[in-house]
Design a protein around this ligand. Sequence first.
Ligand code: URA
Length: 285
Amino acid sequence: MNYSSLLNQLEKQLKHLQRRGKHYLTTPALQEAETTALRAGLKGIVPSPERMALTAQPKMNPSDLIRQNMGQTRQEVRPSGKPKKEHPSLTPAPMKSVQSSDGSIEKLRETYKDCMNCPLGETRTKLVFGSGSSGTPVMFIGEGPGADEDAQGEPFVGRAGKLLTKMIHSIGIDRSDVYITNVVKCRPPGNRNPEPLEVAACMGILESQLRLISPRLIVTLGNVPTRALIPDVQGITKARGNLLQYREWKLMPTFHPSYLLRNRTAMPLAWKDFRSIASLAFDPS
Ligand code: URA
């Protein structure tokens, strides 16, 4: 994505926030200041028009970047003394991950059930939060819900999901013993890749899920989730099977099951990754 389409997206996102969060962006002066500051902040993270905005700065994930930029912006423009209204669906998401009040993943799901932090909220049927065991040692992260997931509100229930379930079984684990979620929780229309700002808007939820579950191993499925967490990582064909680090968690990228459905020759490598996943997560000694 080039710089000008990133700005277009940013303006779309701001319009969305203005529509949804009237109490937050109320005066034209505030909007102008917010836009200017965001632009200035984003310039700092886009070294060239050729590079994806959110992969531009190594060793920082998108939520950190946007949190940093927008956090500064808010402090500058928020009228002092005005209490911030607490409404999860109107609070721009990228900045914060929340600890649900009783620390449970179900509370967290409840917190975000009506999330409207980005335009995907307007087109989804069901928000797909995630499913599985919250005490699991392994968490799989996909890209975003497809049509089946959007209809059912569960991750990986379509063709790709059936393959993922089979692969999990193949290493002697039940799907209900792992946790499965996506980088974005609402379906991108037409199954397109999520836009960087959509990823950033959803990152707070993923970070809260990670903190609550704190798995021994994160498995990212394909380029989108891998780059959402580690922006400067190599492409999936090189990165897959390598043991990486994301903050305090070990992370292994592997192929997305949809890719495997289209490229059967990659299957043996994926099986190899899944054998490593089993030993890293379930037999870590
Ligand atoms: N693909 C994904 O990345 N996630 C899903 O939940 C389904 C398909």
